[in-house]
Structures are given as C-alpha cells and as structure tokens.
Design a protein around this ligand. Structure first.
Ligand code: KQY
Length: 364
C-alpha cells in the first residue's frame, strides 16, 4: 500500500462512484462499545448480523471485530462473511472506513480523512478515537489499495453523498460546525471535497434530522437514488420540529441543479413517528466519561433514508411504525430491480445511527 501525499484523486483521474453503482463488497465493524450499545453490543449485534447477511446475498461482506469479540463475531456470522480481527473505538464503518475512489481503468484507491469522533474536544461523542482514525489505512493495507492522506481535513463518510457524476450533497450544520475544521472557510471545505471526491458541484443543505448527534449527517436526511434523483426524509406533521427542517432542505433541493445542470427529482420518504429511548434501554448503556449517553425520553434520529444500496437489494431500517410499509413501497418504486429488505434496527438507532452509518461500500 502506498500512502499518497502529493496528489489528489481529481488530479489523478479518480472519482467517488455513487452508491448505486456496482460494488465489490461492503465493510462493517462488530459492535462492542458499552456506552454506544446496550449491554456491550448484546442487543445490537443481532441486527448487525441480519444486516450483514442481507448484504452478503449480493456482495462480499467483511466484518472487522476487536480481539474480545472475534470469536463471537465469527460464530454468529455465516461462513461466506469474512471476519478479520481489527481494533477500533466503535462500529461506524461509514464514518471511518475508507471512502473509495475509482479511475476509468477500474483501479480503486482509498481516501483517509481525519476523524475526531464527530467534533473532537469541542463537541465530539467520545474520546479517544485513535483506533477509528487508523482504520482507513489498515483496511487499505489489508486490501492492497493505495490511499490518499487527507488526515488534515476532518470528514466522516456519513456526511457526504455523491451521484458519481460530479455532484456531492452535504449539510451546513455538520461541515461548517466548530468541531471539525473551524480554521477552514466554506470555500476551502468545498475545495477539499472537489479535489478528493472529484466533484464540481456541492449542494449544501442547511441541516439534517432533528437531534442527530452527528450534527446532522446528510445520510440520514437525503440520498441519491439515481443520477438527478434524491430521496428526502419528510413529515407532514406541522407540529414536529422536523417539519421546518425538512422543508428548508426541500427548498434548497428545489433550487439546486446538479453538476450536469439537471434539476433534481425529489422523492419524499416518510419519517416514522418520533422515536424516543426508554428508561429500560438507558439502563443498558454505560456512561461515557462522567455522564449518561442517553436520557429517558430523548428523541432518536430515526429515518428510513439511512438505507444501504447493495448490488441486489436495498437494506432499509424498520422501526415498527406504520410508515415502515410506506417507506418500503417508495424505495421499491425507485429501485425496481433490487429486493427491498427491511430490518428492525431499534437497537442500532439507540447507538446513534442506522444501517448506512454501519456500512461502507467498496466499488467494483
Ligand atoms: O454516523 C453516525 N450516525 C454515528 C453516530 C455516532 C454515535 C456515537 N454514539
């Protein structure tokens, strides 16, 4: 593996493909951290395994497991899923497994962004994050892929979505927050995205999902489903604080054109009714530092937009809400050639994310 420090993907003719393009595989990390996952991952790992199995129906899945959980992961996961021992601070593969870029000859390289647990010492979610920050490099080493060093720029994979044709969508609440790159202007941040994802157009949405502790990752509010087409998390409930947030994003998307000059087709994906964490669930979580991670009644950032596009399926969260069926139906219309697999993910949501947050695709 070569660490590339003196060039960029754009300069070398590499671009980040869209998630709906073909995959060689998918990376996940087995849950273990006891202040993220109830009972040290005991509850969440069942859903993690179901997700890995669903994705493995149509692409190769690699699950990284820490030393203490290796045997557990290996015994719970089917043989065709590769399990490798790799240490990490938590299990958010989307955010710190490599972002992969590809050139016209089909060569794949990684990008190694800096990671500081969603805000570092300013408003990050845990400390330390050193092992998470090493994962992109370790994975590229394992896969024998060269990697661009961009550790001087803090970025999580869940904070970007691309169409593979020159457009990237991000949120201002996340990328312009003080916890990541406070010394960089919006223009400088945009320039980094242009050089390292090889995009010419960045669409800046104002915000994400209410109470999303990532400062509003785009992958919970809006996602490309095809070139020129997006889904947007939506509620018709005017009393819900999310109503104005989704409305502001809708206005922004309606105004936007993509890198190819197209107006976007915007599909509304309903949100479930507000999901809150129970006292019993909070009891299953350890404290982080000197305080509890969750408090009973706290609203969780539940959204169907946090789905994963696998080669043969869409793996979408379920919340036991009447909107589960509607979300499946909307996605079924948008992805007629893929099976829609819905998995009940409440135990992952309690950790602060969902299916997209715990998966990272490797392009074919
Ligand atoms: O990408 C994500 N949604 C990760 C959130 C991290 C939560 C840590 N408890």
């Amino acid at each position: 593996m070569k660490i590339i420090r003196n060039s960029t993907p754009a300069a070398d003719g590499f671009r980040m493909p869209a998630e709906f393009e073909g995959h060689e595989g998918c990376i996940m990390i087995f849950p273990e951290r006891s202040d993220s996952w109830q009972y040290g991952g005991y509850a969440a790992r069942k859903a993690f395994v179901q997700i890995a199995e669903a994705i493995a129906k149509s692409e190769k899945v690699t699950v990284c497991a820490g030393g203490r959980q290796y045997d557990q992961a290996r015994s719970m996961l089917p043989d065709q899923i590769r399990v490798v021992e790799m240490s990490s601070n938590d299990a958010w593969a989307r955010d710190y497994a490599p972002t992969f870029v590809k050139n016209d000859a089909g060569v794949i390289r990684g990008v190694d962004w800096g990671f500081n647990a969603w805000g570092g010492l300013y408003d990050g979610l845990y400390f330390p994050w050193d092992k998470d920050n090493q994962m992109a490099r370790k994975l590229c080493d394992l896969m024998d892929r060269d990697i661009y060093d961009k550790r001087d720029f803090i970025l999580e994979g869940g904070s970007i979505h691309v169409d593979g044709e020159g457009t990237c969508i991000v949120t201002e609440s996340c990328l312009l927050g003080k916890g990541r790159n406070p010394e960089l202007s919006r223009e400088q941040i945009q320039e980094n995205l242009q050089k390292y994802l090889n995009v010419s157009k960045v669409i800046w949405l104002p915000c994400g999902i209410y109470n999303d502790e990532t400062d509003g990752h785009v992958d919970n509010i809006c996602a490309f489903t095809a070139p020129g087409e997006v889904v947007l998390a939506w509620t018709e409930d005017r009393e819900d604080v999310q109503y104005a947030m989704s409305g502001a994003c809708l206005n922004c998307l309606e105004e936007a054109v993509d890198a190819r000059g197209r107006k976007l087709r915007i599909h509304k994906l309903p949100l479930p009714k507000p999901v809150t964490v129970t006292e019993e669930e909070c009891e299953g979580l350890d404290c982080c530092g000197d305080g509890p991670v969750r408090t009973p009644g706290e609203r969780l950032a539940a959204s169907y937009v946090n789905f994963y596009i696998a080669n043969g399926s869409i793996v979408v969260p379920g919340f036991g809400d009447p909107a589960d069926e509607e979300a499946k139906a909307v996605l079924g219309e948008l992805f007629p050639d893929r099976e829609i697999i819905q998995i009940y993910t409440r135990d992952i949501l309690i950790g602060g994310g969902n299916i997209h947050c715990i998966t990272q695709q490797i392009p074919k």
